[in-house]
Design a binder for this molecule. Structure first.
Ligand SMILES: CC(C)(COP(=O)(O)OP(=O)(O)OC[C@H]1O[C@@H](n2cnc3c(N)ncnc32)[C@H](O)[C@@H]1OP(=O)(O)O)[C@@H](O)C(=O)NCCC(=O)NCCS
Length: 414
């Protein structure tokens, strides 16, 4: 394997080469760095030579961090055990102009994506001195967790588990306004399903949008979903030039489940793998405000085809872990699909038949879903909806949810 250069999140990581070991030695000997390390002896050129020979192989990856064309620090994984899928991580940013954390986060994301997704590791080990509060804060933000019984240990042991990192990554990208490559990500499923080349991009800086869309157009994309935060407003000129439209203000609600609630009406789990007409109708009702229905550039039946596949795969437990229903006179009158992802539940579809809304069925479904999660030791629940779906928003608030985030979503038909 030869990974000499990694490039992502606006950062470049260059594999450490022999001609750079003196630069690194000088950084490492500087007291501002040495004092953060357990090993603080002065490193001689000879020691550095010997050290380099031990790490210049595929069990160790040391990369110089390059930002804005400047070499500013080092990030590494050493002693990789490919059998156990582990290795020991480390990072320092030497240049004080980049100590605000954003560059270190970019470098970490670029590097840990490589460790977990390319090298296939599952866990990274870290050691942080007990008095290095800054490093502890930084590393826990990325997902490192202090291991038990470390109170008396000077150089404390932390683990970064792959699952934990992947969870933290999305919120770090959003919080730190880091652009993921400024490039459209190809969506294979959507492309295959709608028979046109479709991609998606998260845009944080409106100034980049024209270039991103032009590049996508040149790449043959026919439709691009652009996600931005709630202040992200595309001007008319760009909308016109690239045939774009605001199609959704998507709101994510979240809730911490505290105690189990007995559903006020009987909720059962849908066990069949076949659809009933009522279940299918409820699925379409759940997507009433979906961008795939509201954007008339899609063919009329696209929305129905898509939601049908969704519920078909949900009852087969491919796209949902549980499907809950409320029956009345042997007819399904309400349904909720629940997908579990690590330590969180996601409501993916929910609807109550129009003639039985307001009778507490929705609330009962939420209670059943929460009980299921508590039974699995999970206390977090999320659900997305659209701001225009005021009924659903009020309903979630009544059920104890709070707004987590709002995204503006545009469709550009190139
Ligand atoms: C949203 C929906 C699931 C709610 O189900 P429901 O069975 O009608 O709601 P419930 O009767 O269980 O109501 C639960 C609580 O929410 C409140 N509520 C429900 N709809 C409300 C509304 N439009 N405005 C204010 N409060 C509302 C109820 O008053 C009740 O409060 P209470 O506990 O104080 O009595 C249902 O209306 C629906 O299926 N809508 C269409 C499909 C849809 O939009 N799904 C959401 C997709 S994200």
């Amino acid at each position: 394997m030869s990974f000499n250069k990694l490039e992502k999140y606006g950062i470049v990581l260059n594999r450490l080469t022999h001609d750079k070991i003196e630069l690194l030695r000088n950084w490492r000997n500087d007291p501002k760095i040495a004092n953060c390390m357990e090993f603080r002896d002065y490193i001689t050129p000879e020691m550095q030579e010997i050290w380099f020979r031990t790490i210049d192989n595929d069990r160790n990856f040391y990369f110089l961090v390059e930002y804005d064309g400047k070499e500013i620090g080092i990030i590494n994984i050493r002693d990789i055990d490919y059998g156990q899928k582990t290795g020991e991580g480390g990072i320092f940013i030497y240049n004080d102009n980049y100590k605000d954390g954003v560059v270190a986060v970019r470098a970490s994301l670029c590097f840990y994506d490589f460790c977990f997704e390319t090298l296939g590791l599952n866990k990274i080990i870290g050691h942080i001195l007990q008095d290095n509060i800054r490093s502890q804060k930084f590393n826990t933000a990325v997902g490192y967790e202090l291991q038990p019984c470390q109170e008396q240990v000077l150089n404390q042991l932390y683990f970064l588990a792959k699952d934990n990192y992947l969870k933290k990554r999305e919120s770090l990208i959003q919080k730190k306004q880091i652009q993921n490559d400024k490039k459209v990500e190809y969506l294979a499923w959507d492309t295959e399903f709608f028979k046109k080349k479709i991609g998606r991009v998260f845009v944080y800086n409106i100034d980049n949008l024209s270039n991103i869309l032009q590049a996508a157009k040149n790449d043959g994309y026919q439709l691009v979903y652009v996600f931005g935060n709630q202040d992200f407003a595309v001007n008319d000129k760009i909308l016109k030039q690239f045939n774009g439209k605001l199609v959704d203000k998507k709101v994510f609600f979240k809730k911490n489940i505290e105690t189990a609630q007995e559903p006020a009406v009987f909720v059962s789990e849908y066990m069949s793998r076949e659809l009933t007409p009522e279940l299918e109708e409820l699925t379409y009702l759940s997507g009433e405000h979906s961008r795939f229905k509201l954007d008339e550039n899609f063919a009329k039946d696209d929305f129905y085809r898509m939601y049908k596949v969704w519920i078909e795969n949900s009852v087969k437990h491919q796209m949902a872990d549980n499907v809950f229903v409320v029956n009345e006179n042997n007819l399904i009158k309400a349904m909720l699909t629940l997908k579990i992802d690590h330590d969180k539940g996601h409501i993916t579809l929910i609807a109550v038949a129009s003639d039985t809304q307001g009778k507490g069925y929705g609330k009962a479904l939420i209670a059943a879903c929460e009980n299921e999660l508590l039974g699995r030791g999970i206390d977090k629940l999320e659900v997305p909806t659209q701001i225009v779906n005021e009924q659903a928003c009020r309903f979630y608030e009544k059920c104890g949810f709070h707004i987590k985030s709002i995204n503006n979503i545009y469709h550009f038909w190139l």
